[in-house]
Design a protein around this ligand. Sequence first.
Ligand code: PLP
Ligand code: TYF
Length: 398
Amino acid sequence: QFASVELVPGDPILGLTDAYNADTRPGKVNLGVGIYYDEQGRIPLLKCVEQVEKALADAAKPRGYLPIDGLAAYDLETQKLLFGADSELLSAGRVATSQTIGGSGALRVGADFLKKTLPKARIAISNPSWENHRVVFGNAGFEVSDYRYYDPASHGLDFDGMLEDLGKLEAGTVVLLHACCHNPTGVDLTAGQWQQVVELVKQRQLLPFIDIAYQGFDKGTDADATAIRLFGASGIPAFVVASSYSKSFSLYGERVGALSIVAADRDEAKRVQSNIKRTIRANWSSPSTHGAALVAGVLGSTELRAMWESELGEMRDRIHRLRAGLVSKLATLGAPEFAFIQQQAGMFSYSGLSKEQVDRLRDQYAIYAVGTGRICVAALSSSSLDRVAEAVYAVSRG
Ligand code: PLP
Ligand code: TYF
């Protein structure tokens, strides 16, 4: 039956972790996968999460199914975090939110819904983007194009190119935007640039699809949602948000995400939600209970929410310190040209290293990075930083 099935390549980023795990060299460093590690090289278990977890265990309950669109308290808290607790979109009932299997599930269900509702629409993603964007929207039947984004010469944003490319898209085209902490480049828009994008999107009647997987990892939970807040205030009739708590709650394996669709009014939002539920039913039927209970438990408590903001702030500050440390060490070694790493935001940096240099990092120094030169700054530690800087310096000069 399956004789003609061919072997397809695995995920290149997850494949790096396999190679790293099999590496027996001491001092090896994995800067491949997008995971935040603490100083001890562990994935943190946030104290706020642990408290809710203990309370849940003490009051252990039977596990019925959740509704198709998830835990109501989770959806509500998610809306407030994304759009702002005092958002007029929320008081007007214009946002339809569903709990999803991670941010990935939100992208997939959002893509399926859009394909069904707007079968002729195309999608444009940034060049480069998270590789899964192309895969998910392609599998949902979309023709995927890209708009200019990263400028290799400045290691920053090609904003003119971005505006020019967005300005050429047909009305009704879906535009995938990273709200903050762009994966893979670490290059973000300023609030002023976002406002220009909002105006262009409005004028060209494009449909924004905002992916926010790192809220709180650059400036803070509100500032990192600037794009959502500006689109929310813009008066456009519709946009989509796929969000993830994988990183911000350090709950990767719990698969906690959400899809929020902004509609023109309360009635339209209800009709949209009924369709989203049908799409979810055809995918995973209903989401899982535990992760959502953890997040809702934290966000629903004033005290635990403050604790979360503080723990998230510690992760954010530490990433900023690691960026500064890497840049300063490289400058001391004689490579001041890496200063741009401090301008980039979030877990990732496009280091500017070539595929060949990345290969040398791995072969000669047991340092793993993605072939595109993407490094996960959040996987450095004060103990690995000097070694990484020295290796980066060496391959950049060799
Ligand atoms: N979107 C972006 C830009 C990401 O980088 C990621 C995860 O790496 C996701 C979405 C998906 O997140 P999740 O692990 O919650 O599915
Ligand atoms: O590092 C990255 O960009 C991601 C990591 O279900 C990842 O590809 C891994 C597994 C997953 C989602 C994201």
